[in-house]
Design a protein around this ligand. Structure first.
Ligand SMILES: Nc1ncnc2c1ncn2[C@@H]1O[C@H](COP(=O)(O)OP(=O)(O)OP(=O)(O)O)[C@@H](O)[C@H]1O
Ligand SMILES: [Mg+2]
Length: 456
């Protein structure tokens, strides 16, 4: 049996036990779809829709199956239903583009595809892109002129009626957490202080020593281990504005607009200093994968690096942090001095940090005296997010009990221990990928930290 078949069998077994579990049913249907077992997939998506009427994922799946089976009009009915919403799922728009293309409506198809990519770059589909005859928009020279001047952020729009400002302006946030809310991560905190906080607070001293201020810190590591959390805490620590830039905020890929947008975002930060800019999932922007290059993201990368270098506009008071789960996809241009010259591995919390994270996350909740060390011991490989999920489970169980007895009781160590059994650590999968990179493409010792951590 292939791994896929095994998973399908396991899911079928699980469904026998809880036949009314809609997420499980959808998951099984997804697996069947990806194994090209369309009839079965169709059956399970339909069943999921009776269990959870209106479920978006099930509808999407069903539409895909219909498309694969050549049932175009059925697929179209489902897709049209999905895209009628104010915020249509990007995947549905891609499906719509396919269906329109099938029907010979190429202009409309292009439009839908563009909308999809604007919403969520990850749904890009190279073969469809080519079939639609889409090309990169010619590079607009005036965007990055030779003297480093940047075109002003004003767009000469021809489709402004449907583009609203939401896309362009990202809200500045005030962070209500600081370093003391972050458990462990001492090394990262220290680096952030040295590289980002002290230079801001003691600008004169740094200048006296001729130490150049600037550049940023890139954090990488398994999911849920506090990268985003720490970035937000950095802003809180120095009472700076926080500007969290997701990749979808900047990438409209080959529309040639992402450069302008990036520039606007940086300007937004420069007008609101001190400001911590945080680029989440920066690998999507900075990918060195050839498909990204082809799709014109190259321009966005250049623009990003230029903004970061502060060629035209000074980045004084703008602090740059970024995070990624996939540092191996990063373009090496990002690692040059003055850019992300500190690249920090954020490992899963060690036992002491886990105890602290438990303590921090339990703050303000009704608890008995809790033995945090015991909990830490039993949560090897757990991420901070996993610990949050443990606490969630424990509280849910406690509430269910309280509903039955009518007596609310405080959480105990035992409750948390029981909850730990229900949560699987989520970091292992990441490490199995990271291991390969650390072993086989550790040029310049880029992944020495992983090597050390995994004791390879
Ligand atoms: N060191 C920590 N201290 C306190 N809470 C933490 C810590 N690490 C993680 N958490 C909790 O886990 C949640 C998820 O963490 P976060 O979103 O920062 O992970 P991440 O590293 O950015 O993950 P991803 O790579 O998936 O983006 C946080 O919102 C927080 O509640
Ligand atoms: Mg994150």
């Amino acid at each position: 049996m292939t791994a896929n078949e095994e998973s399908i069998q396991a899911l079928k077994d699980a469904l026998k036990v809880s036949p009314d579990n809609a997420p499980l049913t959808i998951h099984l249907a997804d697996m069947l779809l990806s194994s090209a077992r369309y009839d079965e997939a169709s059956e399970h998506y339909s069943r999921a829709l009776t269990l959870a009427p209106g479920n978006e994922a099930a509808k999407l799946g069903l539409a895909q199956v219909c498309l694969q089976q050549g049932k175009y009009s059925q697929a179209l009915v489902i897709v049209e239903d999905l895209i009628r919403q104010a915020k249509p799922p990007a995947k549905a728009l891609v499906l719509h583009a396919r269906l329109l293309l099938n029907d010979g409506q190429i202009e409309k198809a292009r439009h839908e595809y563009t909308r999809a990519i604007d919403l969520d770059f990850s749904v890009q589909d190279t073969s469809l892109f080519e079939r639609l005859g889409l090309k990169e928009k010619p590079i607009e020279r005036e965007l990055i002129t030779t003297d480093g001047r940047v075109r002003s952020g004003v767009r000469d729009d021809d489709d402004e009626d449907e583009d609203d400002d939401d896309n362009t302006f990202i809200d500045l946030e005030r962070s209500d957490i600081s370093f003391q809310d972050v458990g462990g991560m001492e090394e990262v905190k220290e680096q952030v202080r040295m590289k980002i906080i002290y230079p801001l607070e003691h600008q004169e001293m740094f200048k006296q020593y001729g130490k150049k201020i600037g550049g940023g810190i890139l954090m990488y590591g398994p999911p849920g281990c506090g990268k985003t959390f720490l970035a937000r805490a950095t802003a809180g620590e120095i009472k700076a504005n926080f500007l969290c830039v997701g990749i979808n905020d900047v990438l409209s890929c080959w529309m040639g607009e992402s450069e302008t947008r990036l520039h606007e975002i940086f300007e937004h930060a420069r007008r609101n200093t001190p400001c911590v800019m945080f680029f989440d999932e920066v690998d999507a922007l900075a990918a060195s994968r050839s498909d990204m290059k082809k799709s014109g993201a190259r321009q966005a990368i250049n623009q990003f690096l230029m903004e970061m270098d502060g060629v035209e506009n000074s980045n004084d008071g703008v602090l740059i942090l970024a995070a990624t789960n996939a540092p191996w996809h990063l373009d090496s241009a990002f690692r040059r001095p003055g850019r992300f010259d500190r690249i920090l591995f954020v490992p899963p919390p060690d036992a002491a940090a886990r105890a602290e994270i438990f303590r921090l996350l339990m703050k303000g909740k009704p608890v008995e005296t809790i033995d945090y060390d015991v909990l830490a011991k039993k949560t090897d490989k757990f991420s901070g997010a996993d610990i949050a999920s443990v606490i969630d489970h424990a509280i849910e169980a406690k509430l269910a009990q309280a509903m039955k007895d009518g007596i609310p009781k405080p959480l105990s160590t035992k409750d948390l221990e029981n909850a730990i059994k229900q949560v699987k650590p989520s970091t292992s999968e990441w490490f199995s990928a990271a291991r390969n990179y650390a072993l086989y493409s550790n040029q310049g010792g880029a992944y020495d930290d992983i090597v050390k951590y995994l004791k390879l």
